[in-house]
Design a protein around this ligand. Structure first.
Ligand SMILES: Nc1ncnc2c1ncn2[C@@H]1O[C@H](COP(=O)(O)OP(=O)(O)OP(=O)(O)O)[C@@H](O)[C@H]1O
Length: 343
C-alpha cells in the first residue's frame, strides 16, 4: 500500500537552532509496494540520526533507553502500547511500536513520529520529547496526558457539557488547521480516542499514523483508519475520487455528537453503522438540548456532500467557536470534578 509522507519532521523539535529541513520532494509515480519499502528504508535511516536524544526544558541531551523507568501501562492501540515512564523525574507517555517487515505498518509508525516531531510548535498537538529506534522497536517519548475522550466518556458515564465541548472544539479545529496550513497534512483519524486532555484542562490531538500528505489540497491514497468516523465519501466503494480536509470535518462533527450525547450516534453491527453513514440522513443535535449555534455547527460539519462542509477558516469564524473563545470556561475544574465524582 502506498504512503504519502509529509516528511522532514524527524528531530525538528530536538534542536530548534537547526536550519529548517529541506523542502520535501513531490512523490514520484511508482509501483506502490516496491516504492513503499524503499521509502520506508530511507525514512528510517533519516529518523535514526536523531534517535536517542530527548529535549527537556529546551535542553537537548543524549539519553539511554534504560534511563526510562516504567511506571504503569496506559493503553494499547493498533500500532503498539503506551506506558507511563519516568525519566529523571519527568513523567512521560512512551509509545512503543514493534519494528516490522511490513512496510505499511512501518510507514504508519514513521508517519506518526514524523508528524509529532514536525508539530513541536503547535500547542494543540501532543508534544514529543524525542524517540529511540532500536533493532526491535520505535519508542516515542511524549508529554503524558491524563486521558483520551473515549475513556473519559466511559468513565464519567454521561455526556460532556456544551461549554466544555466549546473549548475542546477550538483546540481540535486549531490543531487540524495548523496541520493543513503549515504542513499540508490531513489527520484522517479524528475520533474521541485521539483527543487527549491533561489535568490542567489542556486539550490536544494525537495519533498521526494514518495522516496523509495533501497534494493540491487533496489526499489521494486510500488508508485504513476507523471507518466509523469516516465521511460517506471515504466509505463509498464507487467513489474513486480523492478527498480533502472536509472528510476530517465530518469526523469532527461525528465526534462532537458523540461527546455531546455521550454515545456514538449509529447503532448495530459495524456493517450496519457503515451502511447508515452511507445511506441515512446524518445525525443532528436536538435543539431542545443544545444551543442553536452548536446545532448549526454540527449540521454544517455533517453534510453528506463534502463540498457543503465548512473549511477550517469558516469553522474558526463560526459563532459557536467565536462565542466560546470569549468565555472563561474552567476545563481544569470541570475535569477534576468529574474525575473525582467517578473515582
Ligand atoms: N501522550 C499520551 N498521554 C497519555 N495517554 C496517551 C498518550 N498517547 C496515547 N495515549 C493513550 O494510549 C492509548 C493507546 O494509544 P494509541 O494511540 O496507541 O492507540 P489508539 O488511538 O487507542 O488506537 P488506534 O491506534 O488503534 O487508533 C489510548 O488510550 C490513548 O489515549
Amino acid at each position: 500500500m502506498d504512503r504519502d509522507f509529509a516528511l522532514g519532521g524527524f528531530g525538528m523539535n530536538l534542536n530548534m537552532n537547526q536550519a529548517a529541513a529541506p523542502p520535501v520532494p513531490a512523490p514520484q509515480p511508482h509501483h506502490p509496494s516496491r516504492a513503499s519499502t524503499h521509502n520506508v528504508q530511507n525514512l528510517l535511516a533519516q529518523a535514526e540520526k536523531n534517535s536517542g536524544f530527548l529535549t527537556l526544558q529546551g535542553l537537548r541531551r543524549k539519553a539511554e533507553i534504560k534511563e526510562l523507568e516504567f511506571v504503569e501501562d496506559i493503553g494499547h492501540g493498533s500500532c503498539g502500547t503506551v506506558s507511563k515512564c519516568s525519566y529523571q523525574s519527568v513523567t512521560m507517555a512512551v509509545k512503543t511500536m514493534p519494528r516490522t517487515s511490513n512496510s505499511y505498518e512501518m510507514s504508519r509508525i514513521l508517519m506518526d513520529l514524523d508528524v509529532i516531531c514536525l508539530s513541536f510548535d503547535c500547542p494543540y498537538i501532543v508534544r514529543c520529547f524525542g524517540y529511540f529506534i532500536t533493532a526491535y522497536d520505535v519508542r516515542v517519548c511524549m508529554e503524558c496526558m491524563a486521558t483520551c475522550l473515549d475513556r473519559l466518556l466511559i468513565r464519567i458515564q454521561k455526556p460532556i457539557p456544551e461549554n466544555i465541548i466549546g473549548k475542546l472544539s477550538i483546540s481540535i479545529i486549531k490543531a487540524l488547521h495548523y496541520l493543513k496550513t503549515k504542513h499540508q497534512i490531513m489527520h484522517r483519524d479524528v475520533k474521541p480516542s485521539n483527543i487527549l486532555l491533561d489535568w490542567s484542562g489542556v486539550i490536544k490531538l494525537c495519533d498521526f499514523g494514518i495522516a496523509g500528505r495533501l497534494i493540491e489540497s487533496r489526499a489521494h491514497s486510500k488508508q485504513a483508519g476507523c471507518p466509523l468516523y469516516m465521511g460517506p465519501e471515504r466509505l463509498d466503494p464507487n467513489n474513486m475520487n480523492s478527498y480533502d480536509i472536509r472528510s476530517d470535518v465530518w469526523s469532527l462533527g461525528l465526534t462532537l455528537v458523540e461527546l455531546a450525547t455521550g454515545h456514538y450516534p449509529y447503532a448495530g453491527t459495524e456493517f450496519d453503522m457503515m451502511s447508515k453513514i452511507l445511506n441515512d440522513e446524518p445525525p443532528r443535535l436536538s435543539p431542545d438540548h443544545f444551543s442553536p449555534d452548536f446545532c448549526d455547527l454540527v449540521e454544517n460539519c455533517l453534510q453528506r456532500d463534502p463540498t457543503m462542509r465548512p473549511n477550517y477558516d469558516q469553522l474558526l469564524a463560526h459563532p459557536f467557536i467565536t462565542h466560546h473563545e470569549q468565555l472563561d470556561t474552567d476545563v481544569e475544574e470541570w475535569f477534576a470534578d468529574v474525575m473525582g465524582d467517578s473515582a
